[in-house]
Design a protein. Structure first.
Length: 185
């Protein structure tokens, strides 16, 4: 028996027969926000992303304009034809999202339909994400409540960026250099 197995066996023996205890989850929730779309757009813009707030009817034309001339990865489940590329030749990826957080300007992918794989969303230099207004919540606790913890989650707060030792901003090191977000109202 390994040390790990021995420790786990001792823990199992110690808690055998103990009652399950419910842990209260009284998380602070965001203040009531009147304009979730406006706040989300403002915060995403603060991260140096390109942001468009458009009526749903105008979204397809904006997508066509954004991806014109680019070889795009279009994940299964994203409602769009053509433009397919593989990871090695792609200029960018277009996705939907699982949820978006107004307070932090964060987009969360759970890599479900239309959201691609983790590699598809981190390797290309350009990421176009379409966010529906009904996917925007005020804060992180509300987002967590909508997510399945068993799914892989990617949290995106602006284009990939870091700073070198002299605090010079460098973009595109750990993911797409350019993030463009279309908010469909």
């Amino acid at each position: 028996m390994s040390a790990r197995e021995e420790i786990l066996a001792r823990i199992g023996k110690a808690v055998a027969g103990a009652a399950d205890v419910e842990i209260p989850r009284h998380y602070r929730v965001a203040q009531q926000v009147e304009d979730l779309v406006g706040l989300f757009a403002e915060r995403v813009d603060d991260y140096r992303a390109i942001v468009h707030v458009l009526p749903a009817a105008e979204v397809p034309a904006r997508i066509d304009e954004a991806v014109a001339g680019r070889r795009m990865i279009v994940p299964d489940g994203f409602d769009r034809d053509g433009g397919w590329a593989d990871l090695d030749t792609a200029d960018g990826v277009i996705t939907s999202c699982a949820v978006a957080i107004a307070e932090t300007g964060t987009i969360v992918l759970d890599h479900g339909p239309g959201q691609g794989t983790r590699a598809q969303t981190l390797v290309p230099d350009y990421h176009l994400c379409v966010v529906r207004a009904d996917q925007i919540v005020a804060g992180v606790p509300e987002a967590i409540a909508r997510l399945d913890p068993a799914r892989p989650l990617t949290w995106i707060s602006g284009p990939s960026a870091t700073s070198d030792i002299e605090l010079n901003r460098v973009e595109g090191v750990h993911g797409p250099r350019t993030l463009e977000v279309i908010i469909s109202t």
